[in-house]
Design a protein around this ligand. Structure first.
Ligand code: ADP
Length: 446
């Protein structure tokens, strides 16, 4: 087992990883930018190293600084969390080249899944169903036109290097295709330095259903069930549930079997998430994330496991030590992403937190790095807390969520807590009756 792990991240996820390390008796090294000198992940770690100025490119994305921090502190592994360097294959390679363990999959699998075209090709080859679309990249507008007329409008043009919903454009009919195609390429080049795009049929009422898997690299692959992440704004998840209100246990088992068989064939290792769109009873793969997800706690609550602990064990070479039939799904869990944003305009609201009170009680978990007096810096992602509730049934979970949101006090900055309170009180949400387009309309409707 590792003696010391460097956590190459910040905020709630850095704390989350630190907690797992502590419970395993592993020492932790925090890294931080100058903007984060007072951050909770720094205060609670065994050691900390400043790795650069506030802009992420100079600190949390600064590979030489992070590797130097690992070297001077004598860390033997690096956990990348999510975002930042977590899906950077060359970082994973460099970590290994420096004699350290990267807590995640192989660099080869990271780069395969990071290219969404390669990911779809690889998944199709191992029997995973896809959203209908282009066979790979569309090098010119002519190809786009012929694919669109084959699969039928509306279509979605997506960036091969995409992430965070960027480089994605809908064309509802042939007249919109040229603009959508050019915009997707331009946006993708600006965001990712790569303008390769592909096309998918634009589904009109899908749910976003994703499956959590864990593999030990010794041929053992299990899944921990699905999460429903359909509540999105600008293709970004806002509230997630496990299990999905729309999926039966039999559907979960069948999807799990397809996904675990596929990852066994690919020889995948560590945690991963397969994302699907689900419509008219059919699942269609859209992408795979080769890292821990923001919304992993709902799965942890449902299955009673610690996914970060499993990631660390597997990275250290351990076998899973359990099989699919040992994984149980109990009750229902919901997570709200609380961001430092105006709940109406969604403008970021960095600033000083004057008072802070986190909810508690039975079945309530808060993953957050906030505290009274903390200054939310403007330089990073606006996620400041995740409120997770677990209960025996979905209805009880919703009641618990409403109660916990009412207790939650963040004074000094605006947050999206009021938005979550409105969602929880909505009859359609309560009925579980929503698709990926529901929240966008809900927000627009006031
Ligand atoms: P990113 O990596 O940028 O987040 P994804 O491929 O994961 O992109 O898609 C993000 C979201 O965009 C999905 O959760 C879904 O809401 C929407 N989306 C993606 N593909 C389609 C599609 N073919 N039809 C309709 N909506 C889609």
């Amino acid at each position: 087992m590792f003696q010391k792990i460097l956590i190459a991240n910040r905020g709630e996820i850095a704390l989350r990883i630190q907690r797992a390390c502590r419970e395993l008796g592993i020492a932790t090294v925090a890294v931080h930018s100058t903007a984060d000198a007072d951050a909770m992940h720094v205060r609670l770690s065994d050691e900390s190293v400043c790795i650069g100025p506030p802009p992420a490119k100079d600190s949390y994305l600064n590979i030489p600084s992070i590797l130097s921090a690992a070297a001077i502190t004598g860390a033997d592994a690096i956990h990348p969390g999510y975002g930042f360097l977590s899906e950077n294959a060359s970082f994973a390679d460099m970590v290994s080249a420096h004699g350290l363990t990267f807590i995640g999959p192989s660099a080869e699998h990271i780069s395969m899944m990071g290219d969404k075209i390669a990911a779809k090709t690889a998944m199709a080859a191992v029997g995973v169903p896809l959203v209908p679309g282009s066979d790979g990249e569309m090098p010119d507008l002519e190809t786009a036109r012929s694919v669109a007329s084959r699969i039928g409008y509306p279509v979605l043009i997506k960036a091969a290097a995409g992430g965070g919903g960027r480089g994605m454009k809908v064309a509802r009919d042939p007249s919109e295709l040229e603009d959508a195609y050019r915009l997707a390429r331009t946006e993708s080049r600006a965001a990712f330095g790569n303008d390769a795009v592909y096309m998918e049929k634009y589904l009109d009422k899908p749910r976003h259903i994703e499956l959590q898997i864990m593999a030990d690299g010794h041929g053992n692959v299990v899944h921990f069930g699905e999460r429903d992440c359909s509540l999105q704004r600008r293709h970004q998840k806002v509230l997630e549930e496990a299990g999905s209100p729309a999926i039966s246990a039999a559907q979960r088992d069948a999807l799990g079997e397809t996904a675990t068989a596929a990852l066994r064939k690919l020889g995948y290792r560590n945690a991963g998430t397969l994302e699907f769109l689900y419509q008219d009873g059919q699942f269609a793969f859209i992408e795979m994330n080769t890292r821990l997800q923001v919304e992993h706690p709902v799965t942890e609550m449902l299955c009673g496991i610690d996914l970060v602990r499993e990631q660390i064990r597997v990275a250290a070479g351990a076998r899973l030590g359990y099989e699919q039939r040992d994984v149980t799904f109990n009750g229902h869990a919901i997570e709200c992403r609380v961001t430092a944003e105006d709940p109406q305009t969604f403008m970021p609201t960095p600033g000083r937190v004057i008072a802070y009170h986190a909810p508690g009680g039975l079945g309530v978990r808060v993953d957050s790095a906030l505290y009274a007096g903390y200054f939310v810096p403007p330089n990073y992602d606006s996620l400041v807390a995740k409120l997770i509730v677990h209960a025996a049934t979905r209805e009880e979970a919703i009641n618990r969520l409403r109660r916990a949101l009412d207790e939650f006090a963040v004074v000094g900055i605006k947050t999206t807590i009021p938005l979550h309170q409105r969602i929880v009180d909505d009859p359609q949400f309560q009925a579980g009756d929503y698709t990926i387009h529901w929240l966008e309309k809900f927000v627009a409707g006031g």
